[in-house]
Design a protein. Structure first.
Length: 152
């Protein structure tokens, strides 16, 4: 007897023939599912390979298309960190510029204070002295002390 293209021995009953046929169809279905799984795995492997290539070659647009959600999450985290690092660099540059300005202002104040101190020393040195050697300050000397020194 033949069932579905298979030769079934005459000694088997109809029930046995039906069981063999059902087993054959179940195995065919399993083979079909395995084939689909293999096809899916092959496609996933191809996507992983394309993702690796895109990342290696710096094709970030392609990587965002073909890579998995986990890889895209890592890329987004990396991009966020790069933006934060860039912002920190900008702030650091601004801080350095502010520091440089503050140093220039402090140096200018120091030079101005030194110039005024020298002026005061000159006014005191050139002031008239009494018989005991003490400096006598008249109104003109006090005005000279308060007057800003001429620019050097």
């Amino acid at each position: 007897m033949r069932i579905g293209g298979l030769h079934i021995f005459g000694g088997l009953g109809a029930l046995a023939a039906a069981a063999v046929t059902a087993t054959i169809f179940m195995q065919a279905a399993q083979i079909s599912e395995l084939s689909e799984s293999v096809t899916g795995l092959t496609a996933a492997a191809a996507l992983r390979a394309e993702c690796d290539r895109a990342l290696r070659e710096g094709e970030l647009f392609a990587a965002r298309i073909v890579c998995s959600a986990d890889v895209k999450t890592l890329m987004a985290e990396r991009d966020a960190l790069l933006v934060r690092a860039e912002a920190a660099e900008i702030l650091l540059g601004a801080q350095r510029a502010d520091d440089d300005d503050a140093i220039r202002r402090a140096e200018a104040r120091g030079r101005e204070e030194e110039r005024r101190r020298r002026h005061a020393d000159e006014v005191i040195r050139d002031a008239p002295r009494d018989d005991g050697g003490l400096v006598r300050f008249d109104a003109e000397r006090l005005r000279q002390l308060r007057r800003p020194p001429a620019g050097d």
